[in-house]
Unconditional design. Sequence first.
Length: 735
Amino acid sequence: MRRIGVLTSGGDAPGMNAAVRAVVRVGLHRGIEVFGIAEGYEGLIQGGEMIRSLAWRDGGGILQAGGTVLGTARSQDFRSPQGRREAVRTILRLGLGGLVVIGGDGSLSGAQLLYDEWPSHVAALAEAGVAEARDHGAGRLRVVGLPGSIDNDLYGTDMAIGSDTALNTVVRNIDQIVSTANAHQRTFVIEVMGRNCGYLALMSAIATGGDWVLLPEEELAPRWHNDMIAALTQGRAMGRRHAMVLCAEGARHTDGLPISSGELQRILAGRLGVDVRVTVLGHVQRGGAPSAFDRILATRLGAAAVEYLAAATAETAPVMFGLIANRPVATPLPEVVEKSRGVIRGLDAGDYGEALGLRNRAFREALTLWKTLSHVAPAEPGADTPAIAILSGDADAPGMNAAVRTIVRTALQAGFRAVGVENGFLGLVEGQFRELGWMSVSGWAGRGGTELGTSRYRLGAGDTERIAAHLRERRIGALVCIGGLVTYQEASAAFAALGVPIICVPATIDNNLPGTHFTIGADTALNSIIEAIDKLKDAAVTRHRTFLIEVMGRNCGYLALLAALGGGAERAYLPEEGITLAGLQDDVRTLLHGFRGGKKLAVVINSEHASPSYDTDFLRRVFDQEGGDLAEARATVLGHLQRGGPPSAFDRLLGARLGAAAAAAAIAQLRAGEASAQAVGVQERGVENIALADAFAAMDLSAGRPREQWWWPLRELLAILGQPEPGWYHDDKAM
């Protein structure tokens, strides 16, 4: 395949530009010419100046931009057969063999229709005397769709491009509203986007501690408003100063009519007798710079689309590449279109079971979790009921509090007591405990750090005997430990001596633990790094510069590599690879070649333990010296900035999911009278439990990281995207 086109269609979504960048650069790297089509299908119909060949540098400077640099539109002409025939004429004139369409269900439906009608349109154009159609032969246009929608309503992907950014925007806005709602003891109704999908409303309710949520996919009771009023009244009686009711824009009454935010305001004000305010977030949810997750998701899917087209044959069918179990997976496009529309058909027919069944497993599990977290009448455990103790060990990580909140409420809901251990394992030894109730963890989900406190403490002689005495005195039957590798090691030592159920929850910004693709806190840290990179790029307008940015991660290069992909860096130095003098010489030559060709800025990410000798300051001095008058070098060490601040929506939800799994594992063992040491994590099949011994077996303990890391192959993608241009060579004499 020599030529492909790429377009963005329908509603814009943050991250579309990252997908376009990946399509352009991976395509050119594979020897494929890439044409950018402006204004979606309308540009494909109009042709001419609406379509242009994209060069390598057209992918530069767009990664952090919201919206879409290609522009987008909802084309009425494309809805007609004649409009689609004109689109085919344009494709034939340009000689495009493949088309990458980035958009939602309507855009992907259009792509499938174009594929289905292709032979008839080519035949009609050939009959009309169009030379390109006569010479085309029987080949079909190859089509690949990428899910671009803040609604996250497409079948065939766990996440759509743009949905993580939109969710973070919703969560940030609700956090700000909560502060004023709490000050004035107000009730807020917050309407969020999503069309016929409740993803944004449901996930933001979990991430912010929403008190009630109305979703399109959930069938309401005939007098649902009575249930809502009763729950909010009981919550206020328990001590809540405010209430948050989230309403997805597609929520419906039992008769199918829409529920409006204004209607909710009237019901709540009339029945509760309180001050009720309405906030409709609107298009603020659609804009802004894409999150780290969306940039990396779009990059991975864009690259996968090009590789699929590059290997296409005459039998290659249209597909959509989505993220399933953290891997780009191709799903037949007709299946995506049919099952995405099946949700709407189910809702229109009142078949909520069918609609909910077509949502992914994570959505259904989240709905069950929200009902647990928002329940205001938990079982009342007796004083003799066994307790589940919770501690946060090692270094703090954003999202720990969300995990604690979930563990506490899940335990109480099941009839067990919850006890917080202050200051980690040191507090466990010294008996620093406090009872945690339903309302004592209210508001914790959005707080950074750890409300329980932590410490770097290693168990010593006699400590486990003191811990055992405390557990007997407090009637503690199980222990949940939230933290990093040291926490896992201390939990293992404690289990060997105590013999009570111990569950470990992975929480570290380093993302260096076994049995999980993601650890709590890593996403927040990654977003902090990428936001810093964006700001540094804005500051580099005066002259040519190379920025050396040092990031955390200990002996794991996750943050460095993913920050390089999401931040548009040219190079990342990782502990797993180290730094060699020969490699450093090549990197200097590559960057100087780019600057001589017009590049104004280069970003190099250095993981803190990439090399014991070539540290960040050394690298800065090398790049500054060799840059001469062409480009100066500056270094930035981000430090604990990466660890602080409110957790991202991803980390709040991850904390809630893993916290629920940990609590369930502890409860199951207490009820069965068993005791084992386990760890929970997110793997291919979702949240899973593994034996702590098996977790350690998967670790390279001397290096402090898992033996296999899912993100390791992404180094090849960074190497492609970060080069000056494909096939470049140099005659530089530097070094």
